[in-house]
Design a protein around this ligand. Structure first.
Ligand code: PMP
Length: 442
């Protein structure tokens, strides 16, 4: 039964049993309507209410400021790797286009429209060629993938790998070198021209690496567009597990299938002034002419379109949305005024218990990432230095106790205990007991 199994899989991850049970009913006959949530229209009043409630609860939990839009999308975290490029590069182009137009008109007032457009195009072509940069901080497998996707879309010459954490750690992920060693594209204030955005993955699911706080060098520098670093964060695997100052970000995104719900819903929190009509997008013809790969991109990944249509541009999976909404509603009612900080305290406590047991037996267990950047969500460790037989024995013993999903990602091996929000404290205690017993040869 569910109560007997302790599941530590990295995603999809466990959901609160109460939500799964209510979901089973809602899938068959929602609120005695005679229809299940997989069957109703995404444009029905019922769906609208589910959507509005989910938004309100997420806003409450994370204190999302009014100048942010919450978008429910599809395509997963991987889809967002493309979406951020597709949406933020045009913001950069539009800002440059406006500046070019203003400067040309200032130098030559009364320039005819066609000629103006041509001059703007020529200048932009040069600026794109010489100055378009997308900064990526690569601290693990998922930020690496995101940077590769960006390079595939727009071309690798535009991607500035501001940090490849493997370089300082024998070719492996597991450390985040100090910020002075990063090579972010300098902003105007720093004597440069700035990048379209800076991208990082807040928690690297495969490698067990989590940023402990918001990077200092990404803090706001001023109001000038060229002084601003638009910060994009992938929070797929630590969403709603700690307090976040949303106002520091241009975009936060994550798939639902770890801390929030079932697969099939992707959340994006996007600063409104980066969307039209506040910022007009460059005309598609200009984008075509500039010939930057991937632009303009597919409409289902277009933040402005999704925002304008209240996340209902195309068919949103309402059952999946409802599950996410329930999880969030439960966190709101469980933690009240503490909001997400309540969940954060629980997550920290559970992570400390597991790391505590691992650190107690250094000859038996070796935590993979550096102590300074250990993830609270994905706890990666080796058994007996990665000895194959010992690790198999560890997994087999765990399975006997119905402690499941502990195998590390196939690309890195070893063990990974994922400690998402819905993993109960009792299950963590069972794992800790097993860690103790295994280390003591029992
Ligand atoms: N980012 C992170 C941090 C992830 O852990 C994952 C999936 N495990 C992804 C992105 C990709 O998400 P999806 O499978 O939803 O595309």
């Amino acid at each position: 039964s569910r109560q007997e199994v302790s599941y530590f899989g990295a995603g999809p991850a466990p959901l609160p049993t109460s939500v799964v049970e209510a979901g089973a009913k809602a899938f068959v006959n929602y609120n005695d309507s005679g229809l299940g949530l997989g069957e109703i229209s995404h444009r029905s009043p019922t769906a609208n209410k589910i959507l509005a409630d989910a938004k309100a609860n997420l806003s409450t939990l994370l204190d999302i400021p009014d100048n942010y839009e919450i978008l429910f999308m599809q395509g997963g975290g991987s889809g967002e790797f493309s979406a951020v490029v597709q949406n933020l590069v045009p913001v950069w182009i539009e800002r440059r286009r406006r500046r070019a137009e203003a400067e040309i008109l200032k130098a030559n007032p009364g320039t005819e429209k066609d000629q103006l457009n041509e001059l703007v195009y020529q200048r932009l072509q040069k600026e794109v060629d010489e100055e378009l940069k997308l900064d990526y901080l690569i601290t693990g497998s998922w930020s690496l993938k995101a940077s590769q996707e960006a390079a595939k879309l727009v071309g690798s010459k535009y991607v500035n790998v501001a940090l490849d954490a493997r370089k300082a750690n024998d070719g492996k992920f597991g450390k985040i070198p100090t910020e002075e060693t990063w090579s972010l594209t300098p902003t105007k204030r720093e004597g440069g021209k700035g990048s379209a955005f800076v991208y990082f993955c807040d928690n690297e699911t495969v490698d067990g690496v989590e940023f402990q706080s918001f990077p200092k060098s990404l803090e706001a520098q001023g109001q000038d567009e060229e002084d601003e670093r638009l910060v994009v964060a992938d929070m797929s695997s630590n969403f709603i597990s700690r307090k976040v100052d949303v106002s520091k970000y241009a975009v936060i995104f994550g798939g639902a299938q770890k801390n929030i719900g079932v697969t099939g819903i992707t959340l994006a929190i996007v600063r409104k002034d980066l969307l039209p009509p506040h910022t007009a997008t460059p005309p598609p013809t200009l984008l075509h002419r500039l010939n930057i790969g991937g632009l303009p991109g597919p409409v289902v990944l277009d933040y402005a379109t999704i925002a304008k249509n209240n996340s209902l541009y195309n068919t949103l999976p309402i059952f999946n949305l409802w599950i996410a909404g329930q999880v969030m509603a439960d966190l709101v009612s469980e933690f009240g005024a503490q909001k997400v900080s309540g969940q954060e305290a629980v997550a920290n406590k559970k992570a400390q218990l597991i790391y505590g047991a691992l650190d107690k037996y250094p000859a038996v267990y070796q935590v993979v990432p550096d102590k300074s950047i250990r993830s609270r969500m994905n706890i990666c460790f080796r058994v007996s230095g990665g000895d194959d037989a010992k690790e198999k024995e560890f997994i087999a013993g765990a399975e006997k106790r119905l402690l499941q999903g502990l195998k590390g990602h196939r690309s890195v091996g070893g063990m990974r205990a994922s400690n998402y929000n819905a993993v109960p404290l009792e299950n963590v205690q069972k794992l800790v007991q097993y860690l103790e017993d295994f280390a003591n040869g029992q």
